[in-house]
Design a protein around this ligand. Sequence first.
Ligand code: SF4
Ligand code: FES
Length: 259
Amino acid sequence: MAVDPPAPSAAGAPQPAPEPVAFDITVKVRRFDPDVSDQHYWQDFTVSVFATDRILDALHKIKWEQDGSLTFRRSCGHGICGSDAMRINGKNRLACKTLVKDLNTKKPITVEAIKGLTVKKDLVVDMEPFMAAYRKIKPFLITHSPEPTRERLQDAEDRARFDDTTKCILCAACTTSCPVFWTDEQYFGPAAIVNAHRFIFDSRDEGGPERLQILNQAEGAWRCRTTFNCTDACPRGIQVTEAIQQVKRAMMFGIDDAT
Ligand code: SF4
Ligand code: FES
């Protein structure tokens, strides 16, 4: 398709794009260092940013230019690894996917650790309870029947049943936005159920009944109160609550009749 050239100015020359302008924002970070004190406290940092910077960029500037002790996790910087979930202005988000221009910069931007997991330092939490729940639902393909002589085939319709839940990056934004998890760390939490869903509804997998039995326990899927916090928090846009509902229906009516 033909693309129109930039509109000419009155003099006929194309207009150059305006230069981006840096401005100051206040980032208010909830700090915690168990080697210094058992108290959490808020600390303000003034940071020069561009509107298109990410909150992750602002945190880097603080760490590299103002206070090297600021502690947070990040790896890919592009919404893939799931390591930088944090509460930004009170909502669970990935710092690398949150742009300054999408927040109200007239007020301080608050940044704190995700809730419901023990804070180790500043924005870093102990992920072990979250990972333990993930391991419990057996997040791998289980088969009992004799191995086929060729690859296990699957048609597009069967693939579509669990397509949404394959997108999970294990960031924990859903589980740590869940009020049930806040009060009971034993609850499997949305992320574990999402990852169980990914295998339960995979036509090549034969471990669905085992997983449903695991999630049928007191701390399993029935603890979900469908508050939708998890769906709102998911940076991958996964329909988390719907996946949990499908797992519940599979327990009641069987895997084939649940979606
Ligand atoms: S379901 Fe979404 S919010 Fe939950 S862990 Fe996976 S990617 Fe993160
Ligand atoms: S740094 Fe990897 S998801 Fe944000």
